[in-house]
Design a protein around this ligand. Structure first.
Ligand SMILES: Cc1cc2nc3c(=O)[nH]c(=O)nc-3n(C[C@H](O)[C@H](O)[C@H](O)COP(=O)(O)OP(=O)(O)OC[C@H]3O[C@@H](n4cnc5c(N)ncnc54)[C@H](O)[C@@H]3O)c2cc1C
Length: 453
C-alpha cells in the first residue's frame, strides 16, 4: 500500500461533512474535504431549512463551535403546528430556520481556518479497496481522474452515497449500496415572497390534507417577514401511481391559502430526495464510516436531517480518532460510532418510522378524526413527533374508546402504534456492542416491523 496523504478523507462538505471535518481538525487530525461543488456553492441545498436548537448546541458544548448567528438565521422557531382540515395542535419546538448557504459557508470556513484542506469541483467517482480495506477514493478534477489516500474515509455525500454505492455488496453487513424508492421521500419546495405578512411567525407547520398522498404533508416554514419556505413530499414509490405530477398537486393544495401572482412570487424553486428509514444497521466498514443522509439518519416523519448530520459528524469523528490512535481501521474498531448513533437517532428514527407507517395507514381523514375528537392528547401527539414513548394508563384507554366511537379500526391502528413504539424503543436500547450479535438483533427488529430493513 502507498503512504496515505491524509489521516481522513471526508467526501462531501454538507452538514455531515463540515461537522466531521471540524471535529477531527479540533482533535488534531489531518483532514481533506472533497466536494463536487465549486467552493462558493458548498452548503447551498434545496431544503426546508428548519434546524432544531439541540443539535448545534451539542457541537457548541463539545467543541466550541458557534451557534447559527446573524444573517445565517432566517427566523427563530419556537413552535411546530400539526394541522389537519379542522384542527391545529401546536407543540413547543425551539430552533431556527437557517439560510443553508450562508450557514454552510461559515462552517466550511471554520474548517479551513483549522487547517482542513479542500478539493472542490471534484466529484468522487470510485473507491480504492486494498486487502479488504477502503484506502482512498478516485475523483475527477480538471478533466482528469485523480486519487487520494487516507487511513480512513467518511462518506458524507448525501442520499446517493458516493462511497457507499461503490462498496461491494456484503462488504459490511447492515450497509447497502442503494436506497429503494419506498424508503425515499421525493420532495418539491419553493421559497416565496408574499405581498402581505404571513401568520407563521417563529413557526413551522406540517399540514396533513386529503389531497396530499399519505404520509406526506404540505409544510409552511417561516423565513422571516413576508417570506416562507413551502413544500411537500411523499414516498417516491407512490409517484408512479398518481395521476398528476407532484408540482401540480402542490400548487392546487397551496391555492387554498395563497394564489401564485396574486399573493406571492417565487424566489427559489427546487426538489430533492430524502431517505426515510431508520439508519442503516451498521455505519462502519473496514477503512471508514458513513454519516448524514448517506447513512439514512433523517427523521422519517418530519424529514429533519440537518441536525442529525451535524451531530453524527461529531460522533463519527470521536470513533475515528480512537481508531487512528490504535492504528486499527476495522469496522469493529469503529463500532462505538454505531453505538452512539443507534442510542440517539437509531432509537428515535425507528420509532418515527413506525409512526410513518401509521400515518400512511390512517390517511389525512383519520388524522383529522383523531385530533378533532382528542383521541390523542397533545402530549401523545408530541411523543409521536419527538420519538418518545407515549404513556397510556387505564382511564386514558377508556377515554380513547369512547372518543373513537364508531371508528374502532382507527383505535386498533393506534394501539398497534403505541405497542410497536414501546417495543421498538427497547429493541434499539439493546443494539449490540459488537458486530457478531448484529444478525440476531436485526431479526428481532425486522420481526416487529414485518419488513426486512
Ligand atoms: C426539499 C428538502 C427539504 C428538507 N427540509 C429539511 C428541514 O427543514 N430540516 C432538516 O433538518 N432537514 C431537511 N432536509 C434534509 C436535509 O437537507 C439533509 O438531511 C441534510 O442536508 C443532510 O446533510 P448531509 O451532509 O448528509 O448531505 P447533503 O447536505 O446532501 O450534503 C452532501 C454534500 O456532498 C456533496 N457530494 C455529493 N456527491 C458527491 C460526490 N460524488 N463527490 C463529492 N461530493 C459529493 C454535495 O455537493 C454536498 O455538498 C430536507 C431535504 C430536502 C431535499
Amino acid at each position: 500500500m502507498s503512504t496515505p496523504s491524509f489521516e481522513i478523507i471526508v467526501v462531501g462538505g454538507g452538514p455531515a461533512g463540515v461537522s466531521c471535518a471540524y471535529s477531527l481538525a479540533k482533535m488534531g487530525k489531518k483532514v481533506v474535504i472533497l466536494d463536487k461543488k465549486k467552493q462558493d456553492q458548498i452548503g447551498n441545498k434545496t431544503c426546508g431549512d428548519a434546524l432544531d436548537l439541540e443539535s448545534p448546541m451539542i457541537l457548541h458544548d463539545a467543541l466550541g463551535l458557534e451557534l447559527p448567528k446573524g444573517d445565517e438565521i432566517s427566523d427563530k422557531v419556537t413552535k411546530m403546528t400539526v394541522k389537519t382540515d379542522s384542527v391545529d395542535i401546536t407543540l413547543r419546538a425551539p430552533g431556527y430556520t437557517v439560510d443553508r448557504h450562508i450557514y454552510g459557508q461559515r462552517l466550511l470556513k471554520e474548517c479551513l481556518d483549522l487547517g482542513v484542506e479542500l478539493i472542490s469541483d471534484a466529484p468522487v467517482r470510485d473507491v480504492i479497496i486494498e486487502n479488504n480495506f477502503v484506502t482512498g477514493v478516485k475523483y475527477r478534477k480538471d478533466g482528469e481522474i485523480k486519487e487520494v489516500r487516507a487511513n480512513l474515509i467518511a462518506d458524507c455525500s448525501g442520499t446517493l452515497g458516493a462511497v457507499r454505492k461503490h462498496l461491494p455488496e456484503g462488504f459490511s453487513d447492515g450497509l447497502y449500496q442503494t436506497i429503494p424508492d419506498h424508503h425515499i421521500a421525493a420532495t418539491f419546495r419553493e421559497i416565496v415572497k408574499l405581498k402581505e405578512d404571513h401568520p407563521y411567525s417563529e413557526e413551522i407547520v406540517l399540514a396533513y390534507f386529503p389531497s396530499i398522498p399519505p404520509p406526506g404533508y404540505l409544510w409552511f416554514f417561516t423565513k422571516g417577514e413576508k417570506r416562507l419556505n413551502i413544500g411537500t413530499g411523499w414516498l417516491k414509490s407512490e409517484n408512479k401511481l398518481l395521476e398528476k405530477p407532484m408540482k401540480q398537486i402542490y400548487r392546487e393544495a397551496l391555492d387554498e391559502y395563497y394564489k401564485l401572482g396574486e399573493d406571492y412570487e417565487i424566489e427559489i424553486t427546487g426538489g430533492g430526495q430524502i431517505p426515510i428509514r431508520p439508519p442503516y444497521d451498521c455505519l462502519t466498514f473496514n477503512g471508514g464510516v458513513i454519516i448524514g443522509d448517506a447513512a439514512c439518519q433523517v427523521d422519517p416523519t418530519t424529514a429533519e436531517g440537518h441536525g442529525p448530520a451535524l451531530v453524527c459528524g461529531y460522533y463519527a469523528a470521536k470513533a475515528m480518532v480512537k481508531a487512528i490512535h490504535d492504528d486499527n481501521f476495522t469496522r469493529e474498531k469503529l463500532w462505538d460510532y454505531n453505538i452512539d448513533v443507534m442510542a440517539h437517532y437509531g432509537r428515535r428514527n425507528a420509532i418515527s418510522y413506525v409512526t410513518l407507517q401509521f400515518l400512511r395507514e390512517i390517511e389525512a381523514d383519520g388524522m383529522d378524526f383523531i385530533l378533532k375528537r382528542k383521541v390523542l392528547t397533545e402530549d401523545e401527539v408530541k411523543s409521536v413527533y419527538d420519538g418518545s414513548d407515549p404513556d397510556t394508563g387505564f382511564f386514558a384507554v377508556l377515554l380513547k374508546v369512547i372518543r373513537c366511537f364508531p371508528k374502532y379500526g382507527l383505535l386498533r391502528s393506534m394501539y398497534k402504534l403505541v405497542s410497536n413504539v414501546k417495543k421498538m424503543g427497547s429493541i434499539y436500547d439493546d443494539y449490540p456492542n459488537n458486530p457478531v450479535d448484529l444478525p440476531a438483533w436485526r431479526l428481532r427488529r425486522n420481526e416487529l416491523l414485518g419488513e426486512a430493513l
